[in-house]
Write a protein that binds this ligand. Sequence first.
Ligand code: CMX
Ligand code: CO
Length: 146
Amino acid sequence: MLTRIDHIGIACRDLDATAEFYRATYGFEVFHTEVNEEQGVREAMLMVNETSDGGATFLQLLEPTREDSPVGKWLAKNGEGVHHIAFGTPDVEGDSAEIRSKGVRVLDAEPRHGTMDSRIAFLHPKDCHGVLTELVESAGAARAAA
Ligand code: CMX
Ligand code: CO
């Protein structure tokens, strides 16, 4: 069961400058930074609020580490902007299977490594009315609460 908006993924060209925009404009501080070579991104997580399932909602700023990565290709085509949304779940495998059974392509046959040791799976945007959608099982409180 999906229990929160885990994050909104925002593609940017300069992670540090974009993080500074969010700090100076809204007061959102960087909570965590990480490089995920498998996904081809350098990322910063900015916490916006905690959620009733024991998790939290973040903005995820994404700078590509290589041009041929999903975010690199997307930036070249679209420029900076909202790249994906992510829903939190205590059971990424179970929700992936259920959503796949409804005819939505799950891009990851097995969950992959996500930020802060989460486990993630992506749904094809063409099956989700144009929205690239990610499922996130976080490593912390939300999974323990399952
Ligand atoms: N949102 C909505 N639509 C998107 C999209 C996005 N982010 N990315 C691609 N599309 C659309 C394109 O516009 C295109 O549509 P048209 O055919 O109508 O032009 C179609 O999907 C195919 O796009 P493409 O540019 O040819 O790209 P690919 O098919 O090679 O890849 C996708 C698209 C979704 C399969 C790929 O981006 C992917 O596997 N994404 C999942 C992984 C990811 O995004 N990782 C980065 C984030 C990591 C994290 O959050 O931790
Ligand atoms: Co994401």
